[in-house]
Design a protein around this ligand. Structure first.
Ligand SMILES: Nc1ncnc2c1ncn2[C@@H]1O[C@H](COP(=O)(O)OP(=O)(O)OP(=O)(O)O)[C@@H](O)[C@H]1O
Length: 205
């Protein structure tokens, strides 16, 4: 189980964004999270995925505190694929970093083989995002966070992507936090839904 335990965070010279925030995600569980814009959802995602250190509290998996693991057990997939993909690498090199990727997974995500020899700037935002998702799925991380990952897709592509992701999460009994403003989507795919402001105390003075 993933535990977010009494985590507090503020950016320098800013009020507390949240204090004493706690959340658990079980293996095989899909938890949806929503909350108004700017409330701190993406910041929390970055803390859980180890990109930002909390000022108080801790993140644990099965009672082990996470501190600077070489391969981090929580994979964050976020909306801005172009910011996390190396612009000077061909797509096949980018995917080579994910050892557990199968041909089947690539095809489920709608990745065409002709895209593999392209560079990131030669692909659309949606095509790039498919690679970003594939890259995360191709690791053996037990937990994923999906932060507004399909807002750039049309309805059919959205359904295709979520079908692949949910299949993987279910088969491998992984846990996933899905952050979205689309409550209909959350209701459709999540086992339970939490509102960000119910998880923590805020201090905006
Ligand atoms: N690096 C940073 N330095 C200072 N403030 C930041 C930084 N990143 C984000 N913020 C601020 O922290 C607050 C929370 O941002 P965050 O991106 O976590 O919100 P969010 O709930 O994910 O919003 P949205 O739903 O619009 O994506 C915002 O007021 C934002 O301006």
């Amino acid at each position: 189980m993933l535990h977010v335990d009494n985590v507090s965070f503020r950016y320098p010279n800013r009020p507390w964004l949240f204090r004493n925030l706690s959340l658990t995600i079980d293996k095989g569980e899909i938890v949806g999270m929503y909350g108004k814009s700017g409330i701190g959802k993406s910041t929390l995602a970055k803390i859980i995925a180890g990109y930002i250190k909390p000022l108080q509290g801790e993140i644990r998996i099965c009672n082990n505190k996470l501190t600077g693991e070489k391969i981090y057990p929580v994979q964050l997939i976020w909306q801005h694929a172009e910011l996390v993909i190396n612009p000077s690498w061909q797509m096949k090199k980018i995917l080579a970093e994910s050892p557990y990727l199968s041909e089947e997974m690539l095809s489920c995500l709608g990745i065409q083989s002709s895209w593999l020899s392209k560079y990131p700037h030669e692909l659309s935002g949606g095509e790039l995002q498919r690679f970003n998702i594939a890259r995360a799925l191709g690791t053996d991380a037990p937990f994923y966070i999906a932060d507004e990952i399909t807002s750039m897709f049309d309805a059919i592509s959205q359904a295709q992507i979520w079908h692949s992701l949910l299949q993987e999460v279910e088969q491998q009994q992984k846990g996933m936090l899905v952050i979205s403003h689309n409550q209909k989507l959350l209701e459709k795919i999540c086992h339970r839904i939490v509102h960000f402001s119910d998880l923590a105390m805020a201090d905006r003075d």
